[in-house]
Design a protein around this ligand. Structure first.
Ligand SMILES: CC(C)(COP(=O)(O)OP(=O)(O)OC[C@H]1O[C@@H](n2cnc3c(N)ncnc32)[C@H](O)[C@@H]1OP(=O)(O)O)[C@@H](O)C(=O)NCCC(=O)NCCS
Length: 162
């Protein structure tokens, strides 16, 4: 596919942040948030970043491997930050970082990171070209570069299963 002729958008255009308090209903018997609840929030926060960047409908095409590095306990805050790392053609990689926050001390711990691929769709369900993302800072450029390597691995894995 030829390079996009759409005007690019800086990474901060897509920034999304969500904060929720962890309630007992979302926890296991040890009082830690359920992994499935974290995955749900990651998908929602990632989709907001994808919507903001593409200004279109999006669907989740893939979620890469996720680790849970630290528990988030009942009564703590779960904080999620997402932004678009790189756009390909009709798909884009979004990075989501998850933290726990202790409301009494303000201490934040990194609990998970995830990379999701979203595909932009038009109102008829057809795939839609996405404006390129313009990485500006050193960290954004590094994520852009690494997103290309992750995509190559994802597509190779996809091909190996078909
Ligand atoms: C995602 C979906 C639109 C892809 O459709 P498809 O016919 O496989 O489309 P293509 O093979 O042309 O892929 C479209 C784009 O997605 C990318 N893509 C598709 N599957 C992918 C995967 N598993 N990992 C990474 N990228 C993927 C392709 O590389 C392509 O990217 P590009 O246009 O930027 O080059 C389709 O599979 C779908 O609708 N899935 C269900 C989505 C959904 O409902 N998600 C909610 C959870 S169930």
């Amino acid at each position: 596919m030829p390079p996009s002729s759409l005007p690019g958008r800086p990474v901060h255009f897509s920034h999304a942040e969500m904060t929720e308090v962890v309630l007992p209903n979302d926890a296991n018997p040890l009082g830690n948030i359920l992994g499935g609840k974290v995955m749900h929030l990651v998908d929602v926060c990632g989709a907001i970043a994808a919507h903001r960047h593409s200004q279109s409908y999006v669907v989740t095409a893939a979620v890469d491997h996720m680790d849970f590095l630290n528990p988030v306990r009942v009564g703590e805050l779960i904080v999620l930050k997402a932004s678009v790392n790189r756009v390909f053609h009709t798909s884009m990689e979004v990075g989501v970082k998850v933290f726990s926050e202790n409301v009494l001390t303000g201490e934040r711990l990194h609990t998970s990171s995830a990379y999701l691929t979203f595909v932009a769709l038009d109102e008829y369900g057809g795939r839609k070209e996405i404006p390129p993302v313009l990485p500006e800072t050193e960290a954004e450029q590094r994520r852009y570069q690494q997103a290309g390597e992750r995509r190559a691995a994802r597509l190779a894995f996809r091909r190996s299963r078909s």
